[in-house]
Ligand binder design. Structure first.
Ligand SMILES: NC(=O)C1=CN([C@@H]2O[C@H](COP(=O)(O)OP(=O)(O)OC[C@H]3O[C@@H](n4cnc5c(N)ncnc54)[C@H](OP(=O)(O)O)[C@@H]3O)[C@@H](O)[C@H]2O)C=CC1
Ligand SMILES: O=C1O[C@H](COP(=O)(O)O)[C@@H](O)[C@H](O)[C@H]1O
Length: 483
């Protein structure tokens, strides 16, 4: 691991406290950080280093996966410094250059600089420009840029953002975080296929009836009305996380995969998505919004009654879709994707439903359950395989049995640990490449247009339910149901 300077824009913000500091600390405890590194936290207020270090320590107490280790905490915190900076002021960046150079020379480390933009997206272009204008980007070592979603608001704004970032950073230097790609079980998808010939052999349209990808949440809009009411589930979850899950589960990899290969395979998948024409949107996409209801026994308001949301908002808090891939492996297999807020469960999972297992004549009176491979991503992490066995008591009947592998553990690194570690190594495998982002926006754009023009019915569902009835009818039309 290279010695480096971690330049954190938005060091006083929510993401830094909840995710970034705990991730750095857990990497430190696991011996995964370089022996010499500096973190320079940035925000508009003046904050003295000891106060900044105390606030980092507080965030570790609240959010770290591993408890604070008294014998190492001071050494960890001593790497943290704070500098006041307004992202709109290029002179502040020039001062920051001096600060970075001072710590680099004190530690005797190369000018390797990781710029993490944990700030609102409207600042991304200004920061990138000012990094260049101030000379901060002219390092004698490497420079990298981590940005958080949202990456654009639609196809056009994403393209414009990309063009502007490219004035200061090459594509290989940009690490776009999609935190779903950092989840251990999603990273497992890469190896699941190529390390298991049993699965590899079945991973195609000859054996697979359909694939279902679910990301359901208990929470509602929370305190993010300003952002969420102009984004909706389609931009907040579908365009990025759900599309990434789709790519990860359908790509076919050779045994030795490189970041370039993984990204090329993912790009092929998203390129092969059958475009959705305007007249088909109504039959392929379900738009939903939660009404009042009960989540885990607690009464909650409907979306339109949430703080900051208008009484006639048509925003989507739920999206379900049927997609098709035009590749020889997947031709004919429907992919069903759904994501919703205020459903009755918190669950991200991928279910592979296999085709009818037996000739009907073998057990003529039985409804034979399909074989199911279920990959639980969050909050549980496990894989189950549902097979059919003879009923122990009556051999004339079948009963489904479930084999279970893995399980969550406190020892499993969190998404941000995996991703920050990879970015420090310069490994871009689990970051979204611009091509994927652009193709994903291009696929979604007609849906955004149809939603904006109110051409797609808005189906209401009670909070705490399993989504709108229309989402169940979508699968029932093909003879399936959601698992
Ligand atoms: N929070 C989360 O869980 C998630 C957040 N994200 C993304 O991460 C990014 C950060 O989100 P979050 O931490 O929640 O946001 P916050 O609003 O909590 O923090 C914003 C940060 O930006 C800083 N800031 C604001 N204006 C300026 C300015 N003019 N100059 C310098 N710094 C400024 C603030 O510092 P100060 O006020 O001290 O100047 C603060 O540190 C966003 O892009 C968000 O979409 C993505 C996924 C999850
Ligand atoms: O990116 C986002 O993800 C969360 C859900 O993430 P998870 O890791 O808990 O599944 C979602 O609540 C949020 O709206 C969205 O911005």
């Amino acid at each position: 691991m290279d010695a480096m300077t971690f330049v954190l824009f938005g060091a006083t913000g929510d993401l830094a406290k909840r995710k970034i500091y705990p991730a750095l600390y857990n990497l430190f405890l696991d011996g995964k950080l370089a022996s010499s590194f500096t973190v320079i936290g940035l925000g508009r207020r003046e904050i003295a280093d000891p106060d900044f270090q105390a606030s980092v320590k507080d965030s570790l107490k609240n959010f770290s996966r591993k408890p604070i280790d008294p014998s190492h905490i001071d050494s960890f915190l001593s790497a943290f410094h704070y500098s006041a900076l307004n992202v709109n002021n290029v002179d502040d960046f020039k001062k920051l250059l001096g600060v970075a150079q001072k710590y680099e020379s004190e530690l005797g480390i190369p000018e390797n600089r990781l710029f993490y933009l944990s700030v609102a997206p409207e600042f991304f272009e200004t920061i990138a420009d000012n990094i260049k204008a101030s000379g901060l980007g002219d390092t004698k070592g490497w420079k990298r840029l981590i940005i958080e979603k949202p990456f654009g608001h639609d196809l056009e704004s994403a393209r414009s953002l990309q063009a502007n970032l490219n004035r200061s950073f090459e594509e290989e230097e940009v690490f776009r975080i999609d935190h779903y790609l950092g989840k251990p079980m999603v990273q497992n998808l890469e190896v699941l296929g190529f390390a298991n010939p049993v699965l590899q052999a079945l991973w195609n349209n000859r054996y697979i009836a359909n694939v279902q990808i679910t990301a359901n949440e208990l929470v509602g809009v929370e305190d993010r009305a300003g952002y969420y009411d102009t984004s909706g589930a389609i931009r907040d979850m579908f365009q990025n996380h759900m599309m990434q899950l789709l790519m990860m589960v359908t790509m076919h990899l050779p045994h030795r995969s490189t970041p370039e290969e993984v990204r090329a395979k993912k790009k092929n998948i998203i390129k092969s998505l059958r475009p959705i024409s305007k007249d088909k949107i109504n039959t392929q996409i379900i738009r939903g919004q939660y009404g009042p209801g009960f989540v885990k026994g607690v009464e909650v308001p409907g979306y339109r009654d949430e703080n900051g949301i208008g009484p006639d908002s048509h925003n989507d808090t739920y999206v379900a879709a049927r997609l098709k891939l035009e590749t020889p492996f997947w031709e004919g297999v429907p992919f069903y994707i759904r994501t919703g807020k205020r459903t009755g469960e918190k669950s991200t999972r991928i279910v592979i439903e296999f085709k009818e297992p037996l000739k009907a004549s073998t057990f003529p009176d039985e409804v034979i359950p399909p074989n199911l491979l279920t990959i639980e991503v969050n909050p549980e992490e496990r894989i189950t395989l549902q097979l059919n066995m003879k009923d122990k008591n009556n051999s004339k009947h079948l009963e489904p049995v479930v084999m279970e592998f893995g399980g969550s553990s406190k020892e499993t690194p969190e998404a941000y640990e995996n991703l920050i570690y990879d970015a420090l190594l310069g490994d871009s495998t689990f970051f979204a490449h611009w091509d994927e982002v652009e193709l994903s926006w291009a696929w979604v754009q007609p849906v955004l247009d149809a939603f904006a023009a109110n051409e797609v019915p808005l189906h209401f569902y009670p909070a705490g339910s399993d989504g709108p009835d229309a989402a169940h009818e979508l699968l029932a039309q093909d003879g399936y149901k959601w698992w």
